[in-house]
Design a protein around this ligand. Sequence first.
Ligand code: F6R
Length: 243
Amino acid sequence: MEVIIVDTADEVARVAADAISALVAARPDAVLGVATGSSPEGIYDELSRRVAAGGLSLAGARAFMLDEYVGLPADHPERYRNVIQRAFVDKVDIAADAVAGPDGGSDDLAGACAAYEQAIADAGGIDLQLLGIGTDGHIAFNEPGSSLASRTRIKTLTHQTRADNARFFDGRIDDVPQHCLTQGIGTILDARHLVLVATGRHKAEAIHHLVEGPVSAMWPGSALQLHPHVTVVLDSPAASRLQ
Ligand code: F6R
């Protein structure tokens, strides 16, 4: 695991964008794994600047999302497919139909999870997976206690995660869905390169467990210790509990 500590969130974004730029330069049809939430927003903005400047094109790339809420209407602004459209797709030159997520509106959620696993496999797997981390150590929506071998499935969100995400629902925790579909930890570990970014002191404990703790289902991020190619990019506050 390579741990890179930089001074600012902008530098975190640039380092992560560099990894994507290098991959796409070598492999224009790369398969990216994209995350939602606040952590990757700066990365998408940096990629947008590079595309606008002509130094990068994602026109040949495809992308798979990590997770999706269950039960939000198709046009709900916080449905993750809509969030990733605004945060990423609309800002770069990737084709909208080249970006897929698990179908949290399906009548057959188990079938949607199996279909999503198959779609990733059919694409040849994910070359580079971007990740954030929850304050409770979750990656994607694999909450503490998730099996380290888990695959895409339905999960119940913890109170902590719903409280953390209430800021996207005008502060109303009751409006945050109780369930989600999420890639499993095993699914995430299948990606060929994992790039996890975290900024802020509120992520420091989760980062400590990810980098220095024992591998434990109670701190899902610690599963990244099992992967041969991981880059963790942190600002100083997020790194403040590392030895
Ligand atoms: C989002 C996701 C989550 C977030 C995590 C951190 O697709 O999978 O694991 O990465 O909740 O969220 P932020 O970045 O908003 O602090």
